[in-house]
Design a protein around this ligand. Structure first.
Ligand code: PLP
Length: 420
């Protein structure tokens, strides 16, 4: 038999165990989601066998007529979803989408301005160990100490001082809607390109619950696997034909060889789903759920940076309970609630410890959780955190066991991947 279970039981068991984990745990990692069986079918298809360097109709290999159809569908659907003129759907990840823009629009050593990691930016936005920080002169803006929202005055002052070639908006832990018009005004003042990395809020834009930014930016990058609920991958969009040409050359041959055609097929499937009206309902629910979760945590004595969220994501400030991010991530994990520790702005703890956790509602909402369930989840989180606060890093095993049983009941009521 060809089946993985008999050919390679060791690997097969790891995959089955991961399926069980996803079924039985509440997934609150803000950057994750649960793709449809259709997206997985496309990604697990024979398109994985095909070399297709180049772009539809302009390939360096024969036999590309069918993968051309798949990539063209992905491109057309991406353009329709975001009201864009040009899309490149080939980047293998969000990181490579960002690298493609840097390669297309900057020279090594050029100055650009981006949000700092500690305030909610991303590793690929100029962090010192990343290529984006090593090969370019990355200057960082942050958040205001009073509101913890983006410090637009600082952004403008830094832009006037450093005259960057590019300004980058977006990040991984920004709970409030970004004022992209303000960004564009600053970019225009200093003659910089404006790039937005919408990895976290692409699905919200596609669903109409976050302002579309195509009009404001020169170029947009994204991942396809977060709120957008597609396969792991990257995406670049622009309305400017000259920039589109540079981006295409930067992705191939600049950064990549053969694109992952099976993943591109998965992207096409996911974009098709995102074009349906149900996707807008889903995104509305994602935001509603996040607001209920944030309020429940506040009611339970925790703090949320910026006091709440307009999106799918929130940063929980654990300091009112006197516990740390790393121990909270572990305690919640023991209770089968999955999240990640996250620094909060102006955090005094090391990044391996942190004073916060980051929570998001996209995956839970996909499995069908509504506001009632997220209120319950918020209460369960508070119970586990209170157990930690009272008992130290070991937590309260009885509480964690009890919460784990309740998590199982919730997950069983909203099962995923029943056909698998
Ligand atoms: N940009 C932002 C804002 C992100 O949050 C992420 C993902 O963590 C990325 C880029 C990178 O995406 P990937 O993990 O696919 O390289």
């Amino acid at each position: 038999t060809e089946a993985l279970a008999s050919r390679d039981p060791e690997l097969s068991a790891a995959i089955t165990d991961e399926l069980t984990r996803q079924r039985d745990e509440i997934e609150l990692i803000a950057s994750e989601n649960i793709v449809s069986a259709a997206v997985m079918e496309a990604q697990g298809s024979v398109l994985t066998n095909k070399y297709a360097e180049g772009y539809p109709g302009r390939r360096y290999y024969g036999g590309c007529q069918h993968v051309d159809v798949a990539e063209t569908l992905a491109i057309e659907r991406a353009c329709k979803l975001f009201d864009a003129r040009f899309a490149n759907v080939q980047p293998n990840s969000g990181s490579q989408a960002n690298q493609a823009v840097f390669l297309a629009l900057l020279q090594p050593g050029d100055t650009y301005l981006a949000m700092d990691l500690a305030s909610g930016g991303h590793l690929t936005h100029g962090a010192p160990p990343n290529m984006s920080g090593k090969w370019f002169n990355a200057i960082h803006y942050g958040v205001r100490e009073d509101t913890l929202d983006i410090d637009y005055d600082q952004l403008e002052a830094l832009a006037l001082e450093h005259r960057p070639r590019l300004i980058l908006a977006g990040g991984s832990a920004i709970p409030r809607i970004i004022d992209m018009k303000r960004f564009r005004a600053v970019a225009d003042k200093v003659g910089a390109y404006l790039m937005a990395d919408m990895a976290h809020f692409a699905g919200l834009i596609a669903g109409g619950v976050y302002p579309n930014q195509m009009e404001d930016v020169h170029v947009l990058t994204s991942t396809t696997h977060k709120t957008l609920r597609g396969p792991r991958g990257g995406l670049v969009l622009t309305n400017d034909e000259a920039i589109a040409k540079k981006i295409n050359s930067a992705v191939f041959p600049g950064l990549q060889g053969g694109p992952l055609m099976h993943v591109i097929a998965g992207k096409a499937a996911a974009f098709g789903e995102a074009l349906r009206p149900e996707f807008a309902d889903y995104q509305k629910q994602v935001v509603r759920n996040a607001q209920v979760l944030a309020q429940t945590l506040i009611d339970g004595g925790l703090a949320i940076t910026t006091g709440g969220t307009d999106t799918h994501v929130m940063l929980v400030d654990l300091r009112p309970k006197g516990v740390k991010g790393n121990e909270t991530e572990k305690a919640l994990g023991r209770a089968h609630i999955t999240c990640n520790k996250n620094g909060i702005p102006f955090d005094t703890e090391k990044f391996t410890v942190t004073s916060g956790i980051r929570l998001g509602t996209p995956a839970g909402t996909t499995r069908g959780f509504g506001t009632e369930e997220f209120r319950r989840i918020g209460q369960l989180i508070v119970e586990v955190v209170d157990g930690l606060a009272a008992n130290g890093v070991e937590g309260n095993a009885d509480v964690e066991e009890r919460v784990k049983a309740k998590v199982k009941t919730l997950c069983d009521a909203f099962p995923i991947y029943q056909g698998l």
